[in-house]
Structures are given as C-alpha cells and as structure tokens.
Design a protein around this ligand. Structure first.
Ligand SMILES: Nc1ncnc2c1ncn2[C@@H]1O[C@H](COP(=O)(O)O)[C@@H](OP(=O)(O)O)[C@H]1O
Ligand SMILES: [Mg+2]
Length: 257
C-alpha cells in the first residue's frame, strides 16, 4: 500500500469507529426503538461522516446511502463511498450485533484504494492498512468442526445459497449486514459470502476493500470485477470467499443461475 493510501485507511478506520461509537451510544440511550431508532442512527451517523470528511478531505467527493447523489463524483478523482449504518434492520433489533459502518475510498483509474468496516457491537474496526491482531469474539457460534460456512442475507438469501453450500461441502449460515458477513469471512468464522437480487455500491465497497486487503477473492457472481463509482450505483450481487474456494463457487453459480 502507498503512504497516501495508508493515511486514508487510518482516516477511514477513525471515521467508521467514531460513527460506530455514536450508534452504540444512541442505541444504549433507549429513548428510541424500531424504525425511529434506525432512522435516527442512519441520519446521525451520516452527519458525522460527512462533517468529518468535509473537514479532513474538503476536495474529495462523497457517495453516501443517506445523501442525495452529488453527480460531481463522476468527474472526481477521489470519492468516499460510505454506508453510515449497514444492517439497519439488525441495529434496531435488541441484542443483535450484526451491523456495521462502512467507509471506502475510490480512486479514478485504480478503484478501491482504502477502506474500513466497523463492527461497533463487537468493538472492532477492520481496515485496509492493518487487521486487528487480537482474536475477536465473533458473531457466529464457535465451529464444532471444519465444515465450511457460506454466509448469506438473513432476510433476502439468494436462491442459489444451497447450491453454493453443497458445492463446497458446507452449510448456509444467515447473518445480517454485508459488512458483518464480509468481516466474518475475513476473521475466518465463515468461508464465503454470496449475495444476489439487490444491493448498492455502499453496501459492498468498504467490505470488498477490506476483504481484498486480507487476501480474499471478491467478484460479481458471474466472476467479473466489482466496479465502483459508476453512473448507476446499483450493484446487486457479489462473492467474497477464501481464494481456494473461488473456482468451485463460481462454477456452482454458473450451473445455478
Ligand atoms: N434485494 C436487495 N435490494 C436492495 N438492497 C439489499 C437487498 N438485499 C440486501 N440489501 C442491502 O444490503 C445490506 C445487507 O443486507 P442483508 O443484511 O440482508 O445481507 C443492507 O443494507 P442497509 O442495511 O444499509 O440498508 C440491505 O438493505
Ligand atoms: Mg447497507
């Protein structure tokens, strides 16, 4: 990683962690619940990220799930792609820990160059510059054996979930939030994350940046590259997996689609 990218990775991690702390505190206050809690979390975390980015990177463009799309990003060299609260549904469900804050940086001509995913309920932030060295208590039950786990959306699992799990001799494991699922693979708690049927660039940019930095395989389900800062930010499907599983998973996806 270049010096500039590691400075940006540190900023991404600081911002994601700060938004995560805000979200933990908002939830702990107990004044809001249900959609009101989710909406307030989305809004306040977005405000924090935009304010900090304006202060620290005033020349950069921003693409956020929670802001109107500023089309100047299409001519910009540097675009921050942020999801202030990924897994809003889980965040507003008492006791759930599978939600995340995503902050990624896209660079013209290169793609994703830095990023961070905070898992505030676990108190850990992953970024492209450094991985947590301490073992982190995870989101899934400890493994009883070495059966591969394929994590999928709890609410909108892809139709091919079973086919992918069968192909790797594994089991389908539902979990909320794209960032939480991708980091479960980074952490080694799961072996693959597959999704299809709908998602946007902010749902996967930071998770993919961190997963790639951790040496994982990432692509669309047809094996083509994931592209960011596109005109249309709809990016409906992805695979993130241990590199040795990618051929098997892509072959299963070709058969199942
Ligand atoms: N079919 C679909 N269409 C649009 N967005 C989807 C989707 N399936 C999942 N997502 C989004 O992807 C993120 C992870 O979803 P899941 O937990 O189901 O895996 C969520 O982001 P947000 O929580 O930021 O809205 C969710 O809204
Ligand atoms: Mg999201």
């Amino acid at each position: 990683m270049t010096g500039g990218a590691s400075v940006d990775a540190r900023l991404a991690a600081d911002l994601a962690a700060a938004a995560g702390e805000l979200l933990v505190a908002l939830r702990a206050e107990g004044g809001l619940s249900g959609t009101e809690l989710g909406d307030a979390g989305d809004q306040q975390a977005n405000d924090l990220l935009l304010e900090r980015l304006r202060a620290e990177r005033p020349d950069d463009a921003v693409l956020s799930e929670e802001s109107a799309d500023d089309r100047r990003r299409l001519a910009a060299d540097r675009v921050w792609i942020v999801d202030p609260l990924d897994g809003t549904r889980e965040y507003r469900t008492e006791g759930r820990r599978d939600w995340a804050v995503h902050v990624a940086l896209w660079f013209a001509g290169t793609g994703l160059v830095a990023g961070a995913v905070a898992l505030p309920a676990l108190g850990v932030t992953y970024d492209t510059g450094s991985m947590p060295v301490e073992p982190v208590a995870g989101l899934l039950d400890p493994r009883a054996d070495d059966t591969p786990r394929v994590v999928v959306s709890g609410s909108r699992p892809p139709t091919f979930s079973d086919a992918v799990a069968d192909a790797v001799g594994g089991v389908v494991t539902p979990l909320g939030s794209a960032g939480a699922k991708a980091m479960a693979v980074v952490r080694g708690e799961a072996d693959a994350y597959v999704h299809a049927g709908g998602q946007y660039e902010w749902d996967s940019a930071a998770p993919v940046a961190v997963a790639e930095a951790a040496g994982l395989f990432c692509s669309r389900i047809d094996g083509s590259p994931l592209r960011y800062n596109s005109d249309d930010v709809y990016l409906p499907d992805l695979v993130i997996c241990r590199p040795e599983l990618s051929d098997t998973i892509l072959a299963a996806l070709r058969r199942a689609r």
